[in-house]
Design a protein. Structure first.
Length: 188
């Protein structure tokens, strides 16, 4: 994350080489992220990535460095995908149905070198589990636990009542637990 912080610092002062590196490093990753979530539609994935970068670049100063830069960017990507589906007046498609608590444990691990490998393995398992969730579950969990949004803010983003957002988060946490347990081979 130190490299992410340095890159963002350089971007914020207008370093063109940093901008080139940012685009070269993150554009392909964000494209792959979007492509998988829009059923392999290349044009839609490109539109999502373009819109995501348009949202991210002016907000780089808001990135707090509490999560990896790419995870923060994916939150914007998920929002753009959800916006696109809503504009098309379609329901978000469901992924595998058998797909939270671990997100809290990532923050609880101390920064000692002994825990670095465990943290990396745990982070990989969390990302894999999130990738197996239905898109609206994945977005709601990221907004709650990565972006730190309140349930009311999530409800507003999803155009639903606070009660409905609470219910969605409950289902999303359970789906995450199930997916994580399955992928990590252990109970959460």
């Amino acid at each position: 994350m130190d490299a992410d912080r340095e890159l963002v610092r350089r971007l914020l002062i207008g370093d063109e080489a940093a901008f080139d590196r940012f685009i070269n490093d993150y554009y392909p990753r964000l494209y792959r992220f979007a492509y998988r979530r829009v059923a392999g539609n290349r044009d839609v994935a490109l539109d999502v990535v373009q819109a995501t970068f348009e949202k991210i670049i002016p907000r780089l100063g808001a990135w707090r460095g509490e999560a990896p830069l790419f995870s923060w960017m994916c939150g914007f990507g998920r929002f753009e995908i959800a916006r696109l589906w809503k504009e098309q007046q379609r329901e978000l498609p469901e992924d595998e149905p058998n797909v939270r608590a671990v997100l809290d444990s990532l923050a609880a691990l101390d920064a000692s070198p002994e825990h670095d490998l465990e943290r990396k393995e745990l982070g990989r398992a969390v990302r894999m589990a999130l990738d197996h969730l239905p898109r609206h579950y994945d977005a709601a969990l990221e907004w709650k636990y990565v972006a730190g949004l309140s349930v009311n803010e999530i409800a507003q983003r999803l155009s639903m009542s606070t009660k409905a957002a609470e219910s969605l988060l409950t289902r999303a946490r359970q789906a995450f637990r199930d997916a994580f347990a399955e992928l990590a081979g252990r109970e959460v």
